[in-house]
Each structure stands twice: as C-alpha cells, then as structure tokens.
Ligand binder design. Structure first.
Ligand code: ADP
Ligand code: ZN
Ligand code: ZN
Length: 789
C-alpha cells in the first residue's frame, strides 16, 4: 500500500491521507470519498501511515491521470501560494486549473455511438442495464472499473453525452440583436426621439447586438421602432468577435531606436536565467516593441512566454498587435470562452501547440512547457490582485513562478508600483528606462486649472471649453476623463445635512438621473431617487461631484453638433460595446469620448489631440494609503492618451488641489518626482514598500456580535507584541473598516504592519493559532492587500 496526501478544493484545517494499491504521481487528479460524498482531488506528497494509531485509511477510488495535470513547478507554486496567502493547498491548486477538470461526479450519461471500443464495453453494458444511468450509481455497480477516467475519454471522443448541471458559463451566450428592416414609411414621419434613434441604428451594421446602442438611445424609442416595423429584435448566439486582424497596419516595419535597443540588450544579458527587470518607459515610449523583440528571441530558443495584461477586454489594440505578430501559436485567454473552450485551450497550451499565452492575472498559471519569459505589462495595476480567495497578486506570483522555473521576468510600466520601484532602486530588480517617445512624437503640453477660481462652478472651465471647441473645428478628437459614473456622487439634504445612504453598506449612494434612481456602487442596491428627504422632509438637495452622465448632459448642451460617446461600466457591460467604441473612435465617428478609468488604458488614436480631466481629485479623497499613488497613475495614463503621433497633444487638468504633489508631478509627467515624495511619506508612516502589510477582516451581519468579540481579538493581537515588539510589528485595530458595512455585512479589521515578511507571516500564524474565531463571524486574511478600505 502507498499513502498520499490528497488536496481537495475546501478550506479544512487538517491533512487528508488516503491509501492506494497503485502508485500515483504528484499532481494527478484522483476521486476520493469524504463524509460520504465523492470529490475530485489532486494527489500531493507521498506519506506514511501514522504509527501507533490504529487508523484505517480510506482508499483512493480512482486515479484520473497517468500524466499529472499539474507539473512539479506548478505544484511547488501551489504549495507556496497556500502558505503565503493562508489558504488551503487544494484551493490554491484548483485555482490553477480550468473548472472542467473537476469532472461532474453525479451527472446522467447517455450512450450515443453505435460502435463500442473494447475498453468501454463494461460501461456501455452498465448503462444499458440501469434505468437512470447516473454516474454515482454506475460507480457502485462497476466497482473495479476506472469509470470517471473512461467517462472523460468517451466524452472527448464524442461517444457519450453527459447531462451536466446547468452552468451559465457553459451555455453559449445569447444576446438580443437589432435587425434593420426596410422602412415601411417615410423616415421624416418619425417623432424626434425615434428619428434620432433610427439615425443611430443606421450607423451600425444591418444587424448588431442591442447593447452597442443601449447607452445612447432609450429602450422606449427602440420599442416604438419595432412597432412601426423599422427594426426587429431577435435573440441570437453571441459570437465573441475574434480580435480583428489588422495585419498590414500593425505589421509595419519599425526600426527600434537606441533607447529601445539598449533596453533589449540589457534585458538580454539575463537571457535564460531567473532575474526581474523593471522596464520603466513613459507612456507611448515603445515598451511593447521591446517585449515583442524579446519574445521573438525566446521563441527562437524554443522557449515559451506568458504575457500578462490587466484586463483583456480593455486592451483590444494590444491583443490585435500580438495576434498579427504571432498568429497561430498565440493563446488568448479571454473571459468570453466557455468552460469547454477553456479546457481545449488549456490542453493546447499544455501540449506545446501554443507557445505564447496572453491573458489577465490567471494566465500566470498557464501550463506552458519550457517557460522562458513572463512579461507583466502595466505591472502597477490593481487588477492583478485577486479579490476573492485565494487572494493572490498575479505580478508577485509571476515572479515566484519564474524563480521556480528559472525564467526571466519583465515588469513594464510608465508609473511603476512603488514596491517595484523600490526594488529597482535597491538593486533587487534591474532597471531599464525609456524616457522619450520614438521619432518626434512629443509629450503633451499640460495645463492645470484651479477649480477654486472658477466662480460659476461649471464643470467645464472656459479654457477647457475653448480647447474642445478648437478641436471640433479642426475635426480632431477629444478624450474627457471623469472617474465617476452616474450623475453625481451623492445627494445631501440641504436642511438637515444627511446623505442618502445605502441600507446595506452605509455608504452614500450615487444619483443616476437617466433612471431617476440612487444606486450603491458597492452592492448594486438601487432605490428610486427621493423627492423629499427621508429624515426631515425637506425638498432641497445638494448634489456631489458630477459623474459621467451629468457631464454628458452638459456637453450635449454646450456642443449640440458634436458626436459624444460615453464609456463607463453603466454603458459598457460587455466587451462588444468596448470594441464598438474602439471602432467608432478609429473610424472618426466620435468627436468627444467621455469616460471613467475604462478609457485610461492602452488606447492609441492618432487624432486625439486633447485630453481633459474634469475633476482630478476624485480618487485623491479616498481614505486609503494608496490614494495619491492611484491618482498619479490614473492622471499620467490618461494624459498619455494625447498626442501620440505627429500632432502635439494638449492636456487640461481641472482640480481643487493644484498644489498636491500627485497632481503637480502628473502634470509634468514626472514619475521620479512623484515617487521620491511619496516614498518619503510611506517611510514615515510605516507603509509599503518599507513595511509589509496584511489585514484580517472580520465580518458579520450582526454588529453587536462584532462589538462583543472585539476585546478578544484585541487581546490575542496584543500578545503578539511580546515576541514582535514595536517597531518590528505595528498593529492597528481592531476597528471598524472605513467602509464599515458592505452588502449587509458589518466589517471590522485588524491591520498588521511588519518590518519583514518573516515577521508578518509568523505573527499571522501565531495570531491564527491563539485566536479562535467564532463560527458566526467570517474571518478573511488578506496578505499584501490592495487597499485598506
Ligand atoms: P508603450 O507600450 O510604451 O505605451 P507602444 O509600444 O505602444 O508604447 O508604442 C507607441 C507607439 O509608437 C506605437 O504606435 C508604436 O507602433 C510606435 N513606435 C514604437 N517604437 C517605435 C519606433 N522605434 N519607431 C517608430 N514608431 C515606434
Ligand atoms: Zn433632511
Ligand atoms: Zn450598498
């Protein structure tokens, strides 16, 4: 008998050991029984039965893989992840695999084929003999037959059909399409609203997803047009557009400049070994060309590459460029894939058919053989952090994985995270800089406007107004940025001063004027916007910082002739709308693009010569230690959208804090100025990169319960100081979190600030072993949290 530790996708505190008469390889999938339920697990390390104790070990029911699904390196990465992020090994391992590799254990099976290959004979017989052909029942029937393994093979060969539980990700997505018909009556007979809608519909293809236009025209106008026979609506299978192949325009021959060549040669010195490079290059400096050249060198050496980007749906240009350069050997991991497509792609990656994987954070787990290089583009982006268990940071895992596989890492950014910058300054990473744009593409001229001097408080100052007007006359394009969706950020009673807040979250709700609704942007809860104050009955309200909807409305009044497109998560729930925006911008069908941070990334339109930032302060006012950093990053990225070709760009930043260092340095596009200032604060306040952070969040729908528990948490935390005195360890709390209630859960937190990662990890382990959290309080550990809100 052999004994193995088996990892299940569960959070259980003890190790599960099973026995097996046959050898199982580490990283292979197995089926086991736990508490009279079948589970798919991953085989871990070999172990020995506990001596002296008379435990009878359960046997592994089935081994699914002869060749492990997880390589040695990925197993190592999983062990590291579990220990570093404090989750179970099983959770970490299954996070790396497509969900289809956890087979349905209780589905019904139907035999389809006529022919029965020999190895499937017992299966076919058992199905014919049973009346419901449920897998669980068949498992009992066929006790020594590798049922689940054969089922997987038979399904792959199309011999059987499994009736799976309904899974929304598996269904091909259907969406409503608008189909244009021959106008049955003259177009001029339409009332104004419908006429406008019809004009807009004519700009699209003859049939197109309704979501393309839902942000610009009202549903009632669409309904009226259906009734009058101008259009019809039909649900159709949504085909995720394969990225448009723009071959010729993208495959232009580029001659790399000296700064690019220098960066390539410097990085190349570490070719084939583990080392981390921080490629700091201003926006539009040609970092992508550097990546491409290094990718070609790795391909030539028969190595494979992972390319991480923050959000695949928001970077169509980047994906296009890769597609046209690398075509067939490129795997694009986008969120529109069904589970089955995802599995097929995974198999192609594992078998070496695909040599480059491009995707968001989970692409760091791509099972590429012979991994040589991992690139993390826009490495400072918050989306690399997974905000549900396991709470890993994709960039950091990329570095860990590279270390385990002796691969090279490139982190690229125009605004590096301070952690990465600090590592470059201290020599832990190699730093490469590209400080100019190629050819004579200039950095934009930036002007800062002090909103406190704007007496009439209009959202668009006269200077910005004039600048927009000039662009419209010259037929150039404008991007306006406001990082707040909705109409305005809050509604406050002018008499009693109370805010309209969400009952689940105790956070002020945003006013959405198009729907006359208040919406909470944390839990999504909506209520009709009140006409009178629910507290004192007064009828007058003040409205907070304007959102994109309000600005859109103003723009329509100021520039009635301009074609305005709004992009925010209200208008763009789906990738297709983003793509449609991208195409309309490119085809010059839009004069003014207005949006939230969705439009801050990766867009490169030659005709954009003006970027206006309506209110730069929005992210600055958040109660979080990264607020200044986020503001700087956002402003710099947005400003970088201007003047990317031969035209000089202009950027206008409107703000109430013109002297704040993050705004001053962003207006000068001066990262080093910002970093130096911000590092000073971080050091003084014991924040990263000088200290390591973790937070433990305690949540419950019952506030009294949390209040009652707080002293015990406090006591357990206090004891940690015996072993880890200040300044080795600082503890904050336990206190209510800045967002003290989200989705009906009250939130308390305890924050750890430690001098080293070792202190941090031992302190958390010790806290976990001394403090026992009652089962009705939900405890969540977040290492290297993105924010402390
Ligand atoms: P980044 O990734 O740093 O923002 P990109 O690689 O997207 O910059 O380059 C910005 C623009 O400059 C792109 O349109 C690219 O084709 C162009 N470009 C990059 N390098 C060169 C070069 N050496 N010569 C001419 N154009 C270049
Ligand atoms: Zn009131
Ligand atoms: Zn809410």
């Amino acid at each position: 008998m052999e004994y193995y530790i088996i990892h299940l996708p569960l959070e259980i505190p003890r190790e599960l050991v099973y026995c097996s008469p046959v050898k199982i390889r580490e990283g292979a999938r197995v089926i086991v029984n736990l508490s009279s339920r079948l589970w798919t697990g991953i085989c871990g390390k070999k172990t020995l039965p506990e001596e002296g104790k008379d435990i009878s070990y359960k046997a592994v029911i089935e081994v699914l893989d002869t060749c492990p699904v997880l390589s040695q390196e990925l197993m190592q990465l999983g062990y590291w992840m579990a220990s570093y992020y404090h989750c179970s090994i099983g959770r970490a391992l299954f996070a790396m695999l497509p969900s289809r590799l956890q087979p349905e254990l209780e589905a019904n099976v139907i035999w389809l084929a006529e022919e029965v290959p020999e190895q499937f004979l017992p299966l076919k017989k058992a199905i014919a003999a049973s009346d419901n052909s449920n897998l669980k029942a068949l498992r009992k029937e066929l006790s020594s037959y590798p049922l689940y393994k054969r089922i997987e093979e038979a399904e792959e060969q199309g011999l059987i059909k499994l009736k799976r539980k309904l899974n929304h990700k598996d269904k091909p997505r259907t969406v409503n399409y608008i189909i244009r018909l021959q106008p049955p009556v003259a177009e001029d007979s339409l009332p104004l609203k419908q006429r406008e809608a019809w004009e807009r519909i004519k700009e699209e293809e003859s049939s197109f997803p309704m979501s393309n236009i839902s942000s610009t025209i009202s549903y009632s106008a669409v309904k009226a047009l259906v009734k009058k026979g101008f259009i019809k609506i039909e649900p159709r299978r949504f085909e995720p557009e394969s990225p448009s192949f723009e071959g010729f325009s993208l495959l232009k021959q580029i001659e790399l400049n000296n700064a690019q060549l220098q960066a390539i040669e410097d990085i190349n010195k570490g070719f084939g070994t583990f080392n981390v490079n921080l490629l700091y290059g201003i926006t539009g400096s040609g970092k992508t060309e550097v990546y491409m050249e290094l990718i070609r060198r790795y391909l030539a050496a028969d190595k494979t590459i992972i390319f991480l980007i923050p959000e695949i749906a928001l970077t169509p240009q980047m994906v296009d460029r890769f597609q046209s350069n690398f075509g067939q050997i490129l795997a694009i991991q986008h969120s529109q894939l069904t589970e089955k497509e995802r599995l097929i792609q995974w198999q192609k990656i594992k078998s070496g058919d695909k040599r480059i994987v491009i995707g968001a954070r989970s692409a760091v787990f791509a099972p590429l053989p012979d991994l040589g290089l991992i690139i993390v583009d826009e490495e400072h982006e918050g989306t690399y952090k997974q905000e549900s268990a396991p709470r890993y940071q994709g960039r950091d895992l990329a570095i860990k994985r590279a270390q385990l596989q002796n691969a090279q890492v490139i982190l690229g950014s125009a605004t590096p995270a301070l952690e990465s910058w600090h590592n470059a300054l201290t020599g832990k990473y190699q730093l490469q800089k590209i400080e100019n744009r190629p050819l004579d593409y200039c950095l934009p001229n930036v002007q800062v406007i002090d909103l406190r001097d704007e007496y009439d408080q209009s959202l668009i100052s006269p200077l910005l107004l004039e600048a927009i007007d000039k662009r419209l006359q010259r037929k150039e394009q404008v991007i306006l940025f406001q990082n707040r969706r909705g109409y305005s950020s809050f509604m406050q009673c002018l008499k009693c001063g109370k805010l309209i807040t969400c009952k689940n979250c105790e956070i002020s709700m945003s006013y959405h004027r198009d729907r006359e609704e208040m919406q909470c942007h944390y839990c999504g809860n909506t209520i009709p916007s009140p006409r009178k104050c629910p507290y004192c009955g007064s009828y007058s309200f003040a409205y907070g910082a304007p959102g994109t909807q309000k600005i859109e409305q103003n723009l329509k009044i100021l520039f009635p002739e301009a074609k305005i497109l709004r992009m925010d998560s209200d208008s763009a729930r789906k990738r297709d709308t983003y793509k449609s925006m991208y195409n309309r911008m490119k085809n010059r069908e839009v004069d003014i693009l207005l949006g939230t941070q969705m439009i801050s990334k990766g867009l490169d339109f030659p005709l954009v010569t003006l970027v206006g930032i309506v209110m730069a302060d929005i992210s600055l006012n958040l109660p979080d230690f990264r607020a200044a950093e986020r503001t700087f990053q956002l402003l710099t990225q947005v400003a970088g959208r201007s003047g990317r070709r031969d035209k000089i760009g202009e950027v206008i930043i409107q703000t109430y804090n013109p002297e704040h260092y993050s705004i001053v340095s962003a207006s000068q596009q001066n990262y080093i100025l910002f970093a130096t200032e911000e590092l000073g604060y971080r050091k003084k306040l014991y924040y990263p990169p000088y200290y390591r952070l973790a937070r433990i969040l305690f949540q419950s729908p019952d506030l009294e319960l949390l209040k009652k528990e707080a002293p015990s948490i406090h006591e357990a935390a206090d004891k940690l100081h015996k072993q880890f005195p200040v300044p080795q360890l600082f503890l904050l709390g336990v206190t209510p979190a800045p967002f003290s209630k989200i989705s009906s859960y009250y939130r308390y937190h305890l924050i750890f600030k430690a001098q080293t990662v070792t202190v941090l990890q031992s302190a958390i382990r010790q806290f976990n072993s001394t403090y026992h959290c009652p089962s009705n309080i939900h405890k969540q550990i977040d290492i290297d949290p993105n924010n402390l809100m």
